[in-house]
Ligand binder design. Sequence first.
Ligand code: HEC
Length: 145
Amino acid sequence: MVLRSGEWVVLVGAVLIIGFSVVSGVIIYVKPPPVEYAYLENEHTIAGEAIYRSQGCGACHEIFGNGPSFGPKLDGVGSKRDKVWLRAYLLKPRSGVSDRPYRLKMQPVADLTDEELDALVDYLEALKKLNQGDNEADISARHDS
Ligand code: HEC
């Protein structure tokens, strides 16, 4: 079978694309990207996550790649802040606490019962940053104790 020049281009292109996918597939399989953040889910945090959604927090914040950047990413916020800080902050947010200045201002949470606020705080606190060498089981064990 004799290929015309246009067909060669298609054939070589196809081989290159397949080769590239195979090589990147193998690299990712052998060495997956490091996991940096964890979410230590339990029944309180599930309730809190629902409140996070219904309060529209995700309109400004990003968690695990979901959401815009009108406010700081909340990945790992539970390693940076404790529950007391988070609770106080949600009731009385202020500017200048995060990595950089933001144009939008966060509003205090309103219309939440004490239990709902607690659940929301539990959810945020369960968003952990993993240290190198940590795995999720380790920090979740530490978290429970
Ligand atoms: C209108 C956009 C907006 C909405 C909606 C919003 N936030 Fe924020 N949030 C911000 C901005 C902006 C900051 C950063 C304040 C600063 O440092 O200037 C912030 C900061 C925070 C912080 C502190 C982050 C850190 O680095 O310590 C937490 C926690 C937080 N928000 C949680 C929430 C939760 C929970 C909700 C939903 C109840 C929510 N936010 C809704 C804009 C928003």
